[in-house]
Structures are given as C-alpha cells and as structure tokens.
Design a protein around this ligand. Sequence first.
Ligand SMILES: [Zn+2]
Length: 236
Amino acid sequence: ISWSTGISTGDPTLRRRIEPWEFEVFFDPRELRKETCLLYEIKWGTSHKIWRSTARNTTSHAEMNFIEKFTSERCSDAPISCSITWFLSWSPCWECSKAIREFVSRHPSVTLVIYVARLYWHMDQQNRQGLRDLISSGVTVQIMRVSEYCHCWRNFVNYLPGKEAHCPRCPPLWMTLYALELHCIILSLPPCLKISRGHQNQLTLFRLTLQNCHYQTIPPHVLLATGLIQPYVTWR
Ligand SMILES: [Zn+2]
C-alpha cells in the first residue's frame, strides 16, 4: 500500500471511500459501535494536494496502525513538514494518546488535528488524562460538527451519484453533549455526561448531570449553547 491510494481528485476506484451505511453506523454519535473508523488527510509541505485514506482497528487500535504505517513508509530521516487531520469515530484511548504524543514529539514539523464523533469510555480517569496530555502536547482535539460531517461525506464516502449534499444528519444535541463533556475533560472537571449502554435492543440513555463545579467553571456561553440550560429570567 502506498500513500498514492488516497489522491484527492480523480480517484476512479473510490478505493479510499467507505460506504454510506458504514459512515452512518461508525460516525453517528448515538451509535456505540465497537470498531473504530479513522478517515485521514495528509498535506505534505507546501503541496496543495491532499492525500486521503481510511483505516480501521485490527488487533491494534486504528491510531496505532496509522502511526506504524506512517513511520514504516518513510524511508529517510529527513525532517518532514506535513499537516495531518484525523476524523475518528472514537476518541483515542489513553494508550493511543500516549503513542500519539510520542509520535508528534518525534516529528516536530508535523501538526495533527483530531476530530472525534464520540468520546471513548470517557468516565475512565486514564482516558480523560490521556486526552488532556494530548491537548497540552499541541494536538488539537475537537468534537465533529456538522461541517466536519459534511466534509467527510463529500470526501470519504462512496455516496450515490447526485447525493453529494445528502450527508446524514443526526440531531445536533449529541455533538453538543460530547463537546460539553470534552470541555469538562479539558478543565479537569468530573464528567457531566452519563451514558448507560443498552444491551441488545434496549435503548442507550444519555443523561446530563451538572454539578455546582460545572456551573462555576464552564463559561456560561458554552452552557447556554447547549440549549439545555435556561438563562435566568427576572419576573416582577
Ligand atoms: Zn486506543
């Protein structure tokens, strides 16, 4: 496999693309699918070309597979300058966060931006610390918004002819909940989003529990943006 499988335009094989149903099950923030899907873009140096490809977890996590592939396919040790963008269905676990930090510290001219659809076992303290360490090492971690979903749909999905603008939409509430929880992680606050995973056909429950520390620490505009919290209204 070479990087050339992911050329940005004129790809007649659509090899890099995933099927619309795969995009929906992997990236819908309400679905808690076990496997991870990674869609990635690499822009080398001053080139305007963007290389795109996709990866999954195998016996190793998708992030580890990317790092291994990237490292093994680079023959020289000359410093490379490139910008990498990941669209990950799950945020990195603490072990991957550690490997990513080592990767970016070995390649100081590489910038990495990670968009995630969901937070992976976000109640786990090690995973929370892993994300904090990752962010403080200079890696950008953000929750995927509508614009990222549409971008991935156009560039990574084998949509039917004429369906370019038909990116599946999930209610923005879920993106907001995960964004709020990521805020809590960054600020070292206790989790405010509780997810009870349903078994088989049972429903998965998403519950927002805000404590005083959340109200005191999270900027009010972030809380209000969720639409779940009402500003005070005076009534005489
Ligand atoms: Zn991992």
